[in-house]
Design a protein around this ligand. Structure first.
Ligand code: ZN
Ligand code: FE
Length: 244
């Protein structure tokens, strides 16, 4: 089931991806995790769009740095209520099971603590889209700054259970580095080898390697594939020290 939402990638800072979601029916535009305002405002301006909402996955400045300037143009900010104190621009606090909408399209909130204590992701069930912030990356997961491996293992289990065709929009271009570690973590996984050929080709052309899909992550992501919290903890520690 294809979505009629238009998704635009806005590269920001050194390796962030800011995502625009545009609904041609309501003419609404949402921006997910604006690291900085200028490239986002330029991208919507080129298209004649107006941003009505900001959706934040977590408080880190490379996800919220553009909030104030975009909010000043009239957008409302939704994000994790658990991080309200760290997101001073927040208008609407969100918890597990809450929803936000763009036009007639609904995004359900899933709490995914680990990278930060209040991290959330946005799952647009009917559109088969997931905005995963710094929880799920292509062949990777977020570093555990404010949470632990059992929490991240729980997140991975929940996200792995989403439908195969779910398109995953993460917030960083980390795929090549993640994939080099993935090939070490699972040396016999031919899917990783094949995917890395494609990733290297895309990067050589300067192209994004995201979005990805839940099916592809289930086949090639050593964190989503971890069989236990213990294995996830080991892999996370190895990746943190990995220089490949
Ligand atoms: Zn972060
Ligand atoms: Fe980040």
């Amino acid at each position: 089931m294809a979505t009629d939402l238009e998704i635009v990638c806005v590269p920001a800072l050194s390796d962030n991806y800011v995502w625009l979601i545009h609904d041609p029916v309501s003419n609404e535009t949402v921006v997910v995790d604006p690291s900085e305002a200028d490239p986002v405002i330029a991208a919507v301006g080129e298209r004649g769009w107006t941003i009505s909402q900001i959706w934040n996955t977590h408080w880190h400045p490379d996800h919220t740095g553009g909030n104030a300037a975009i909010k000043a143009l009239g957008a409302k900010v939704s994000g994790p209520s658990a991080e309200a104190e760290r997101i001073p621009t927040l208008d609407y606090g969100l918890r597990e099971g809450d929803s936000v909408r763009i036009g007639n399209h609904v995004a359900r909130v899933i709490e995914t603590p680990g990278h930060t204590a209040g991290h959330i992701v946005f799952h647009m069930v009917d559109d088969a889209l997931l905005f995963s912030g710094d929880t799920l990356f292509a062949m990777g997961c977020g570093r555990l700054f404010e949470g632990n491996a059992p929490q991240m293992f729980g997140n991975m289990q929940r996200l792995a259970a989403l439908p195969d065709e779910t398109v995953v929009y993460c917030a960083h271009e980390y795929t090549a580095s993640n994939g080099r570690y993935a090939a070490v973590a699972e040396p016999d996984n031919a899917g990783i080898t094949a995917r890395m050929r494609d990733v290297d080709a895309q990067r050589a052309l300067g192209r994004p390697t995201v979005p990805t899909t839940i099916a592809l992550e289930r086949a090639t992501n050593p964190f989503l594939r971890a069989s236990s919290a213990q294995q996830l903890a080991e892999r996370r520690a190895e990746k943190d020290a990995f220089r490949g």
